[in-house]
Design a protein around this ligand. Structure first.
Ligand code: ADP
Length: 321
């Protein structure tokens, strides 16, 4: 049994990171282990910025978005020297392993720490993008989707009133999951994702025909940031169709907010499982949810393999539009 571990949140924050931190801290303490919280991700690890936590350290946080531990990005940690320093800071306190809650970059960093410094690491997928290989859910993706849906509902009201084209840009530099899932559930006519090509001239011609034939009162397009800029696409579409077009960029609103029930429950369940595994001697895995059940995915696979968008969902979104 490991006796002293740490927990950190890293990279882009996501709603539910606090619920996961809470579960990690309480599980560790309940199992007789010491638990340190590292502030501000890998930067805090390098700056030796950590504190021993108790049950009360994580009171009143399950309902809060963001992360009480803070998060940051660290260039220094990208170097082997930086990681050696980070590992030294852990060893000095007798910390044998760490639960890293973060996205693919953070998990890549965790893998380097494990490989080079022999620090035990267990990952939890904390990202709104839902882009970690081997699992169909990541902590925060449900809350972010619901935030986007709220925006879509509002945009539909005003777009319908004016017979406009509404374009909403959502997060996802490399993954169109958020755009696809919210476009589908928000009834978008078009969903533009980095994983699938699109032809703007064809879209413009189709929209023009829909308006001319009075088939649609308005058109909603959801675009993932990695597929293009809503503002630029909007300007081009307005020019090509002659139809009043409004583009909105949702931005960081998608990152915040009180986590949904799903994000709280899964973050808690995964937090407990990850901690029990780390305490019992496991390393180099990421805990996640796949097909409704808990899975542990090899850390190397999680960071080297690319999660694909479900082609059935891409097809269906087109059918339903
Ligand atoms: P996310 O975890 O949300 O994907 P980032 O990609 O910014 O966020 O990663 C967070 C931090 O993880 C980075 O600032 C860096 O310190 C570390 N990191 C990211 N990629 C690597 C890598 N390939 N090797 C080592 N550390 C990395």
């Amino acid at each position: 049994m490991r006796k002293t571990i740490a927990v950190m949140t890293s990279g882009g924050d996501s709603p539910g990171m606090n619920a996961a931190t809470r579960a990690v801290v309480r599980t560790a303490i309940l199992n007789g282990a010491k638990i340190f919280g590292v502030y501000n991700g890998y930067r805090g690890l390098l700056e030796n910025d950590m504190i021993e936590m108790n049950r009360r350290s994580v009171s009143d946080i399950i309902q809060r978005g963001g992360t009480i531990l803070g998060t940051a990005r660290s260039q220094e940690f990208m170097t082997p020297e930086g990681r050696a320093k980070a590992a030294e800071n852990l060893r000095e306190r007798g910390i044998e392993g760490i639960v890293v809650i973060g996205g693919d970059g953070s998990l890549r960093g965790a893998q380097c720490l494990a490989d080079e410094q022999n620090i035990a690491v267990v990952g939890l997928p904390g990202t709104i993008d839902n882009d970690i290989w081997g699992m169909d859910y990541t902590i925060g993706s449900d809350t972010a989707s619901n935030t986007i849906i709220d925006a879509i509902n509002k945009l539909r009201d005003t777009a319908s009133a004016h017979r406009r084209i509404a374009i909403l840009e959502v997060m996802g530099r490399h993954s169109g999951w958020l755009a696809l899932i919210t476009g589908m559930s928000g009834g978008a006519e078009y969903i533009l994702v980095p994983e699938d090509s699109f032809d703007l001239d064809k879209i413009a011609a189709e929209i023009r025909a829909m308006y001319d034939e009075n088939q649609k009162r308005y058109v909603l397009i959801v675009v993932a940031e990695g597929a293009g800029s809503a503002i630029e696409i909007g300007m081009k579409l307005e020019e090509k169709t002659g139809i009043d077009t409004r583009a909105s960029v949702l931005g960081h609103i998608q990152r915040g907010g009180s986590p949904t029930v799903i994000d709280r429950v899964y973050a808690s369940v995964l937090g407990e499982k990850a901690t029990l595994a780390l305490l019992s001697g496991v390393s180099n895995v990421v805990y996640g949810i796949q097909h409704g059940g808990i899975v542990n995915v090899n850390l190397y696979d999680a960071v080297t393999k690319k999660k694909q968008l479900d082609p059935e969902y891409i097809r269906m979104a087109k059918v339903l539009a």
